[in-house]
Design a protein around this ligand. Structure first.
Ligand SMILES: N[C@@H](CCC(=O)N[C@@H](CS)C(=O)NCC(=O)O)C(=O)O
Length: 206
């Protein structure tokens, strides 16, 4: 049985929980981080010296970085399913996972921290507006991409849908006026309906 360390309100923990469910692995999830604390305890720092969640343990294997966890679960338990053996097809998924980390997530984080968490240093309206505008540009790119395929890397659900799907879930559930993105909406509804998505995305965005 796997162990996933981290509170379920974390977008990065959500990816790990969703991926484990998709590949049919049962897991114990241990709440830590945020209000649960514990990330600076020696026992946790031994697992992840960055003091961040999620961490995945699978027997002797211990992994941090959410996208690496999704890739590991996909490669180990989801080959030919959410993992692509073909390098070109896999790169198709990889680029969207990296896009999530380097583009979408940095655009969404200040909106969440300003509008939802109401952290004083993120509540400057101009800063929030700039992050929303950046997120809208990214959603337009996503919408155009999804106009030509059912899922991010083609006609089959895969690991990139998990990583970017957690970002889309956050964006679509924040108190923001959004442009209509019919393809993103269609794709989001399809992936959100998956049984493995439910335990990952059950809580309101906080
Ligand atoms: N790049 C890392 C980022 C991890 C990260 O930022 N985790 C946040 C939660 S989303 C964290 O540990 N925050 C401290 C806390 O929750 O106390 C990943 O993708 O796993």
């Amino acid at each position: 049985m796997l162990t996933i360390w981290g509170r379920i309100s974390s977008i990065n923990v959500q990816k790990a929980v969703w991926a484990a469910g998709e590949v049919g692995q049962s897991f114990e999830r241990i709440d830590c981080g945020g209000p649960f604390g514990g990330l600076r305890e020696p026992v946790f720092l031994d697992k992840n010296p960055n003091a961040q969640i999620p961490v995945l343990e699978d027997g002797e294997v211990c992994i941090w970085e959410s996208n690496s966890i999704v890739r590991y679960l996909a490669a180990r338990y989801g080959s030919g399913w959410i993992w692509e053996e073909d390098p070109a097809k896999r790169a198709d998924a990889d680029r969207w996972m990296d896009w999530m980390q380097s583009e979408l997530q940095p655009a969404l984080a200040p909106v969440l921290r300003g509008l939802v968490r109401k952290e004083p240093e993120f509540m400057e309206p101009k800063q929030i507006a700039a992050s929303i505008a950046k997120a809208e540009r990214l959603m337009e790119i996503l919408d155009n991409h999804l106009a030509k395929r059912s899922f991010l890397a083609g006609e089959r659900f895969g690991m990139a849908d998990i990583a970017v799907g957690c970002g889309a879930h956050r964006w679509l559930n924040m108190p923001v006026e959004r442009f209509a993105r019919p393809q993103v909406q269609r794709w989001y509804e399809a992936i959100f309906a998956r049984p493995a998505a439910r335990p990952a995305l059950a809580l309101p965005v906080t």
